[in-house]
Write a protein of this length. Sequence first.
Length: 306
Amino acid sequence: MFRRTAGFATLALALLPLAACDSGTAANTGSLQILLTDAPGDFVQAQVTIDEIYLQPDASVQGSGSGLNRVDLMTTPDTTDLLALSNDVATLVENATVPTGTYAQLRFVVSDACIEVADGDSTLIYATKSTYEVCGIPDGTLQTPSFDQTGIKVQMADGGLTVTGTQKVLLVDFNVAQSFGHEAATGMWVMQPVIRGGDASLTAGVDVTLSLADTVQLPVLNNAQLTLGDFQATLNTEATPVAFTESNGTFTAQFLYVNPDAGPFQVNIVGPAGISFTLDPVALQPVTLSSGMTSSVDFTITGVTP
């Protein structure tokens, strides 16, 4: 029996490595996460095998001699049912770096696909090949013009997608209901994806640092010496506090993938039970976030009372 999907499917392509900045100098790599959402439609299955995902640089923005080339984000084939992702997230790309620059297109190279659609009280299956039986034994043909060669092109609006610094999220809307059409004359279905990437916003990040004033020493509590690693940072829009971790003598807590439209934002510092402390600046410090950027808030503990 045919079922209607509800809600949105989300396919996360996570590129997680962070690019370091030194003395305020812009990093030469950034990290990007791509979210592919699927609007609901009257389909039982919509399976796609994605062979490659890559970013195409914008030559007009980069200028001649920039040296920026195509960036491969995924080269291992992965088969996903877009409709099955309504309550799940699939990671297709991770641990890849993206050079700083502006990219005009995101491309998905789709080698095969199939759909299962309602037909009265039963369903019919259409696939790119008779041997492609991911949805079941095909009843007809699904055409995907050149998608296994040039790929599905997602145009970036507003001058392209600019990657700088750290964590970014681009929302790409793959509308299944509008992306597959039926040709009554031939009986075939054609995949003509409706994918929009230009209207999406990029997420933001918050880096919180914590230090001790020169005159302050943390006490011993429950027979253990406290450190800044026993403190946590909170962001009012995030449910889970983030602990401070030390790197090269600096204690930092990071909030990643924050929706900049969910503000206003306030950062607070939470200490271990049994002590009170004062901060400069004061707690509940406001912070402004913007699309694709990482903001910093620096706190200093100016006094501690056991």
